[in-house]
Structure formats: C-alpha cells, structure tokens
Design a protein around this ligand. Sequence first.
Ligand code: DMJ
Length: 537
Amino acid sequence: MRQLLSAFLILGACVQLSTAKHIDGMVGLKGHLAKQRDVDHFLKTQVQSTNFTTSDAIKKIRANRAADIKENFQRAWQAYKKYAFGSDEINPLTLEAVTTRNGWGATLVDSLDTIHIMGMDDEFKEATEKVRQINFDKNDGEPSKVFETNIRYIGGLLSAYELSNDKVFLKQATALADIMLEAFDTPTGIPWQMWDVQTGTGSSEAGPATLNNLAEIGTYQLEFFRLSQLTKDPVYHKAAQRVYDVILDRNVPKKGSIYSVPGLYPIFIDIKSGKFLSGKPNLGGGSDSFYEYLIKTWALSGFKLQRSLDMWKESVKGIKKYIVSRGSDKRMYMGIGDDDGLDSISDTFTCFFPGTLALASRLLNDNDMMDLAHELLLSSYNTFARMPTHIGPENFGFLPDGDDDSDLLETQRGEIKKYGFYLDRPYYLMRPEVIESIFYFYRITGDEKYADWIWEIWQGIKANCVVEGGFAGLRDVRLGRAGGLIGKQESFVFAETFKYLYLAFTEPDVISLDEYVFSTEGHPLKRSFSFNGTFSG
Ligand code: DMJ
C-alpha cells in the first residue's frame, strides 16, 4: 500500500509539477523554493526578546511560579497514571479511563515532551517504556480523526524524539505515519477526515462521506516535513504539500467574493473533487491551524518553502480585510467573513492567532503585523480577564463598532456593556489558545506583564478546575466551580495548556522560539535542521 501510494503521489506530482526539480511541492503562486541568498537574512532574525528581567527578586518569583505549575502537572499526571495509564484520557471526575483516539494512549504520547521539559526523568522513562509497547495496527474498533492522530500522536512522538534522542519515538512516529498515509490515498490526495486503521476505510464525521474541513486537511505540513527530514524519505512531505497543490489548482477564486483562494478559504471541502463546498472563512475551529501551518512550516523549513510564505501573506491580507473588525468596546475582534458582511461571533480557538501573528511579525520584521497581533491579543485576553474566574468562554460574540444592537438579546446587550463581548458558549475545557498567545508576547517582548497575565489565569484555573483526577472543565465561566464541572480532560491539557503555562516562568532560553517551532498541539520541533530542497542529505 505504501509503495502504491508513493507511486500515486509521484505520478500526481509529475502531472502537476512538470517543471519542479526539487521535492518542494511547488505549484501555483510563485512555484519555487526560495534561493539561499534570499533566506539568509531570515536565518539571522532574532525572535525572542533580549530584554528579559535581570532582577533576582523577580527571577525568584518566577522560579516559584514554575514550581507551582509543575507540582500541579505532576499531580494530574499521577492521577492519570494511577487510574488510566496508557488510555487516551482519564475522566477527571469519575476517574475512569476513556477511549477517544484509537485507544493508543493519547494523553501518554501528547504529554511526553512536557514531562521531558519539566525534568520529570523517572516519569519520562516509565512513559517511554509504555510507548514502546503501542501497536498502531490495532484500534478500539472505531474510526478516528486523521488530523488528531497527526497532531497528538505523530507530533508528540516527533517532539519526544527531538528532545530525548531516543530512537523508539522516531520508530513509532514513522510506523504510525506509514499507516496514516493510507488515509491520503484518495482521488485527489486530500486525506479522509476519519480513518479506521483496522479495516483501512475512510469516512467523514458527519455529512457526506467525502467531506472534510480546512484544518483537518491542512495541518500535516509541519510534522510531515520534519518526518521526511528525519527519515530522509520525501513521501510524507509530498503527501502534505499535495493538499496545497490540489486546493490551489482546483478552486478558482470567485470574482467579487471574499472566498479568494489563495487567501481566505471556505471551511468545507469535498476530498474527491478537491473543491471547496461551503463554510464562511474564519480563524476558528475547523480552519485555525491551516493558517497557522503556513507560516510555521515556512519557518521550520529554514524559510525555504516559499509557497507557504506566499499563501500566509495572502491570508493575512484577507484576514485584515474581511475577518478583523473593531467592536463597540473599541477592541479588535476576529469574526466570520461573509460576502454580505461580517458575522460578529468568535471562538477561543481564534485566540491562537495573535501569538502566531506576533511570531510572523518578528520573522518578517513587519510592524503592521505586530500592531494587529497586539490589538487581537488584548481582546483575546479580555475574554478571560473580565470573567470573575479569570477564565474565558468557548465562544463569544461582539457588536461591530457603529452597528445597532437591536438584533441582540437583552442579556447579550447587558454583557456587551459590562464586558465588551457576550458569552455564547460559556463553558471552558482547559483550552490553551489564550495562554499560548500571551506566552508568545512574553517571549517576544520580554515584558513581565504578560507572564503576570498568565499567572492570573493560572490562579483562576487552580481555584476552579482542580479535582482528584486532574483538571475538570467548567460549565459556566461566569459562575466557576459553583456552576458545575465537566468530566473531560483532553490530552492537550498536558501537551499545550501546561506547557505554555510552565514555559512562561522558566528561563526564557528553555525551548527558545529562536530554536524551535511549536506545532499546533504545542509540540516543539527544532529549527536547526537545514533544508536544501531535497531530503537525501
Ligand atoms: C488543540 O488540540 C490544538 O491546538 C488544535 O489545533 C485545536 N485546538 C486544540 C485545543 O483547543
């Protein structure tokens, strides 16, 4: 199957890329790898601040804060170990093991690099032994998301390999990626949304069988690029890049519409035709990491994958024009683009964007991007800061500046007056995005104010979410614990939320942004591997 797929991809690439000499997947836009002399100045760019505090008193406070976060991570890890070791998740309220992602141990694998970074050596050894035993050929009998398998398992294994150098992680990452490549064996090369590893069949979570969405077709490029580098086998990178080839080739931008591929993309796509179907462009769930991977893959490739940068720049233009809007509270929000105007609804997923945009602004030395990133950070942080719990909702709405509020409910109007936004879905599932963006601002500016914001959010989490099994979700962030807990602890709590919390208080050179790119699941991948357009050297 693997050979067949390689042949398919090579054939596809030959048809589309008749002039491409390199394994870069270039087609459409400016189809070339950037020349070395053109990337040299990017390689010299410093992302992290050079102005971190030198005060011993502040350093001491920071060290104590890091220790507090680590202690709580350890407590949650011990609960997972005691009640659900090797399972995908633990239900933090009932202490039961839960299977959600093929039953291979999503929490185990997703947590590896955080455990390593926190210096929990015994736990890391124990987890390594457990990872050695995972058999990716078998699942729990249910299909699972290809995207989640990539970001949580393959990303987690790659990062654990890069930090520890233990070959078992690379071996397992490769074994799993080889299985998942089968999900890319579709008429276009765009992957199925769901894949059953035991029956080898693809499907869609809901709707027509060949339906997928932007984030779930466009969040492989980082992990697959690195896997091709580490294995010297281009097949992974080619599969991921082919997704771009197809969407750029088969979707003609509609004139006079905001669906301006390349730039802004509808959410839903038919994997058989490669054509977008519907779904208004936005940066929230279902779309988010597609945009994130454009700039990050460019950075990880040592600034060589020019197409990713070109696409990113087009997207930022579209985002500025159609997605971003000033609210009635004068803050900048990210809504949902529509040909008829903007839908002023947003979710906490979009709050990753200020951090990624700030990273891009540093890499590209673009102050306009930084200004926008800062404005968007303020509204993202505000969704947490204004709540009595210091924790923000899953979903929120705003009123575009100058719009009349007659369509809003009375309660929504009241919340807009009080907070600047209203709560649409008031629950919290320990998601990391707001903390993640603040972390980028801390590392990029060196301003302790940002670390303090993260500390304040952490106080809210500790006061409201701590339970015997780890950390529970909240039903209503306005009410906190008293409003009820949710028995869910996704693996990203260990992979992302705790990693960004902790790294905001370590020495800033621990997983420096000048040395690593974080995947969408918070897995750091090294930027030090050079890339000359082939994976053979
Ligand atoms: C994580 O699994 C990843 O960040 C993903 O890209 C979407 N969001 C969740 C956390 O909210």
